[in-house]
Design a protein around this ligand. Sequence first.
Ligand SMILES: Cc1ncc(COP(=O)(O)O)c(C=O)c1O
Length: 372
Amino acid sequence: MIKFIDLEAQQKRIRKPLEQRFKKILDHGQYIMGPEVFELEEKLAEYCGVKHAISCSSGTDALLIPLMAWGIGPGDAVFTTPFTYHATAEVISILGATPVFVDVYESTFNIDCEKLEIEIKRVIKEGKLQPKAIIPVDLFGLPARYRLIETIAKKYNLKVLEDAAQSFGGSIGEKKVGSFGNVAATSFYPAKPLGCYGDGGAIFTNDDDLAEKCKSIRFHGTTEKDRYHSEVIGLNGRLDTLQAAVLLEKLNIFSEELLMRNNIDLIYRKNLDNIQVHPKNYQSAHALSSIVFNSIDEKKMMIEKLKNNNIPTTIYYKFPIHLMKAFNYLGYKKGDFPISEKLSKNIVSLPMHPYLEEKFVKKIIDIILKNE
Ligand SMILES: Cc1ncc(COP(=O)(O)O)c(C=O)c1O
């Protein structure tokens, strides 16, 4: 049977050492902020080549905490795309700041840098909101165009928060995801390339001051000196020790799994058109493998055909964020972001996980290419 994501096959590989780690935690009993949490943070920072990795309770909190640390709030504009998981925009709204959407490139599905600069200029000219930050999203695992984004951010004095929820393990040239912009946020949701067995996330930065603030916010705004006195408003945003143990074991096999994902992607890429473009020197973490059809009817027909052959698919994302009810208050309308809207209509994600056998990848391709 072909699975969309196969966590079972992966668990078989790590089950024994994982049980040993769980046993150790049950023995030491430090379920919150136990030694595994700090061991993981060290290893994550080393993997990404950054000074600080701060684990936290989810990818959403990993996005929220740096925004809180910067004091983002009402009257501030934060630029991002409408073609992403809605958590990206949600964290901006929670703080009372305003998400300002920018359409994506049709080829990579990531933020269009030309349109980004146009939008920043428009907001400045309008004078109602203060531009503060950009949250580029590394969609489906592919890093956004950070060289250009960082240049634009510098020009307009904006912070960059990389939404790396889907792209842990990706890179541009020698530079790993997690090291772009001022700070990055990843998710360890079970289905992510590096996922735990529950919710989890991490923040990455080279900025010492920001790191300290983020560590404090994730622990109710306290410091190690006194956990019963909050210095700033914070959250319960910590990663559980048990989840850290899962991630430590998965990190041991992560590089190998990334290569396995890469091989599957290469086969899809060689045989299928209209797949997400991966520019030269850009390494995706292959969180998802998505294909864009020419019309909604063609897409529906293809999903049906795959389903009839027991091949699961999903649609990321059925609604661009600006057309979701919760975001109506922003005043956007249909037609505002034509590429995001077109992608939402015509995109389908195909099975993608390290344990997907080559013969099954070929079967999926054959079914898609067969004219019936
Ligand atoms: C692009 C993006 N941003 C943020 C998140 C939020 O992460 P989490 O589900 O861990 O809170 C996700 C998770 O699906 C995501 O895909």
